[in-house]
Design a protein around this ligand. Sequence first.
Ligand code: ATP
Ligand code: MG
Length: 567
Amino acid sequence: MKIPMSEDDSTTGEGARDFIRDVVRGDLDAGRVETVVTRFPPEPNGYLHIGHAKSMCLNFGVAEEFGGRCHLRFDDTNPTKEAHEYIDGIQEDVRWLGFEWGEHLHFASDNFEQLYGWAEYLIGAGKAYVDDHSADEIRAHRGTLTEPGRESPYRERSADESLDLFRRMRAGEFAFGARVLRAKIDMASGNINLRDPVLYRILHAPHPRTGEDWCLYPTYDFAHGQSDAIEGVTHSLCTLEFEDHRPLYDWLADNLPVPSRPRQYEFSRLNLTHTVLSKRRLIQLVEDGHVTGWDDPRMPTLRGLRRRGFPPAAVRDFVSRVGITKSDSVVEMALLEHCARELLNKVALRRLAVLRPLKVVIENYPEGQAEDLEAINNPEDAAAGTRKVPFSRELYIEREDFMEDPPRKFFRLAPGREVRLRYAYFITCREVVKDAAGEVIELRCTYDPTTQGGDAPDGRKVKATLHWVSAAHAVSAKVLLYDHLFTRSDPGAEGDILEDLNSESLTVLDNCCLEPALLDSPPGEAVQFERQGYFSLDPNVSPGRLVFNRTVALRDTWAKIQAKERP
Ligand code: ATP
Ligand code: MG
């Protein structure tokens, strides 16, 4: 597995260098291009995932760096799978990631009339024909990588006959699949995309934007390049699977009276461990109920990441560290988490939250008394100031911070042992209370009033500092912890991806106790629960209920991976 990251990688994207930026710089320097125009071209058949973020950062990034512009273009040529919901959602997601297309919102469907005209133009020039073959027959004639294709018997029909049939296709005279329009290129070409590719197919389906206007639709190949040319796109940047389509992209541009001549360049897709980046698969996860929706925080979608609390800047940083190359690789999910952690560490307010509470009674602390202790909001940012945290006789600590019979390396609370409570006092465990089943339900402790603030005047040390929350002041909340959606780093590599789903990808903790300051947490804003990780308030929850999503834990598996790789 390749991990494309070195320590001196730029993290802002500014001044980034890669083969595409080299091409753009060369075109500008040589005067071949005056203004760089790129486009991000999603098909509105699902929501965007983090793979799309790579394409956006490249397209919008290049345009910005070289003083050009980037269009948002919907490649909406397959109405059976596309919907308004996605058109709107995608725009939201592009903006969330930090990109803006201004007046350059385009749709391939804006060009349907022009594309149709160009199809007639090709027929008239003897470069396209209507084929009566079915999809199966066309496939059977296509040949293979090693065998040439065979020509359709309809290939030599006259331009007039094709034109007549094509017009009748548009008029709705024929059924779905009855006929297609094909470019007349070369059935013996080594490139299968040049073996008389289909340009139009009949689809009696309403379109989200053009409604019932059309019952035949251009294929991706016909619509995409020509839309680029209409919009004046100079550099059409796409992923490597389109490399074999480039000769067709060029053939169409060379054989049509298009108003400009874009060039296509391909880069490798983003692949990420422990997840899938394919809308088709993501739709399946949503529709079959394996996740709660496109915005399930375990999804690699931008809405999933947003709901989980990933800052857009962390996603952009991640993409820029991965870089742009032509070689396929799989990037560790841990790198994405690392980017989030690094950014959140600088900005997140620190808070005390007990996720699995164990009650502690401080026997020598007066009943009914409480005091406010000063706590630092963010040690990385003095300007974040301090806050008051209430302390009282009954507290909660984390269940896993106590062991009745601790092993050698467990330094936290145990019978007879003294530890520090963060921002508060030293406490010593005096007695363990259990229920009838033998489970520990309460600890009776004492505190040392002279240790307020966390240090003992006599200089004695403790080995652990625990977080805690005053029981009387605690705010109750639900906290959701997430793990990888798939157990395998390469889901589906050895069978059905559904078998690789991680049954423990979600842990729901219902009775968490938070310090009261967390009541004021705005949805989506990151906080650090001390010693645990970064969390943010779920934006989809009804008012009055507190649900926090864990963005990432504090433990940094990426740092570990890197440490291991270094000699
Ligand atoms: P999917 O396979 O998830 O359906 P797609 O390529 O069909 O993705 P589009 O909506 O056509 O989705 O993609 C819009 C743009 O985003 C295209 O230019 C495509 O190349 C790019 N893109 C899609 N997935 C990735 C990825 N994993 N890494 C980089 N770019 C991607
Ligand atoms: Mg696609």
